[in-house]
Design a protein around this ligand. Structure first.
Ligand code: HPA
Length: 287
């Protein structure tokens, strides 16, 4: 069975489990941010383990289930937990769920993550919208034969495609306005992705800063690349869970990352309740 057929089978399974509920967009929740799913009304929960061909998450803080339902009154599908390259998954496995969201017909996805803050002035618990990324993971998930059937809009699914606006300007503007209404500023940053699982050295962080990165993390970038290949619009939101190596006073730990996520997940949930209906309304104005 081809990868494309596996994705199609997983999507067909999910469609049958969701019944009447047809999600209009997808959200992926990063480390410590899973409680956003609690804001979903009339939830239908599907553990990853039940979905054919779906990779299982092994990290503490990533529960590993789909939650579909209403967010801000609009039908969405939310991934509570993702799989990472550092867990030993291949790039195709890491991006499988995004392909499935595309196969469900979704044209926009919000990717959230926990990240180390590199820019001076970032505070722990701050939310930052991604304006761009730098891929230092060491791979591109699209290496291999191109599969144009993954496209969700005309003109997408190309072998070579533009990444100038990897993160949608329009979705960022909507997010920034919604955050302001919620009473907090949404900074913009550049996310640099590493494979992990070790955190960075202080010298690496200095190097990344000089490259133009303001955030560092171990996810999101492969998912963004694959989403853009399909023609989906991407909103990336990082939660600054710690100051990057060498910038804080304490050693980095997964517990710290997880705890900081826990402290902002409610703010994130309120932001999404406000933002998601606006994103969906915007998508409906597009051809
Ligand atoms: N480095 C890499 N990934 C991360 C970090 C970090 O400091 N914090 C959360 N995810």
């Amino acid at each position: 069975m081809t990868y494309f057929d596996q994705v199609s089978e997983a999507a067909a399974f999910l469609r049958s489990r969701l019944g009447q509920l047809v999600p209009k967009m997808g959200l992926v929740l990063g480390s410590g941010l899973g409680a956003v799913a609690d804001a979903v009304a009339e939830p239908v929960v599907v553990p990853y383990g039940e979905i054919p061909h779906f990779p299982q998450s092994t990290v503490v803080g990533h529960s590993g289930r789909m939650v579909a339902g209403l967010l801000g009154g609009v039908p969405v599908i939310l991934m509570q937990g993702r799989v990472h390259f550092y867990e030993g998954y291949t790039p195709l496995e890491v991006t499988f769920p995004i392909r499935v969201l595309g196969a469900l017909g979704l044209r926009a996805v919000v990717l959230t993550n926990a990240a180390g803050g590199i820019a001076a002035g970032y505070r722990i618990g701050q939310l930052v919208a991604l304006a761009d990324h730098i891929n230092l993971m060491g791979f591109n998930p699209l290496v291999g034969p191109n599969e144009p059937r993954f496209a969700v809009r005309p003109g997408a699914g190309l072998r070579f495609f533009d990444m100038t606006e990897a993160y949608s300007k329009k979705l960022r503007a909507l997010a920034s306005a919604a955050a302001e209404e919620e009473g907090f500023p949404l900074a913009e940053g550049v996310y640099l992705a590493v494979s992990g699982p070790s955190f960075e050295t202080p010298a690496e962080i200095r190097a990344f800063r000089s490259l133009g990165a303001t955030l560092v993390g171990m996810s999101t970038v492969p998912e963004t690349i694959v989403a853009r290949h399909m023609g989906m619009e991407v909103l990336g939101i990082s939660c600054v869970t710690n100051l990057a190596a060498g910038l804080g006073v304490t050693a980095l730990s997964h517990e710290e990352v997880f705890e900081a996520g826990r402290q902002v997940e409610h703010r994130l949930a309120r932001l999404f309740e406000r933002l998601v209906p606006r994103i969906v309304a915007y998508l409906e104005t597009e051809p």
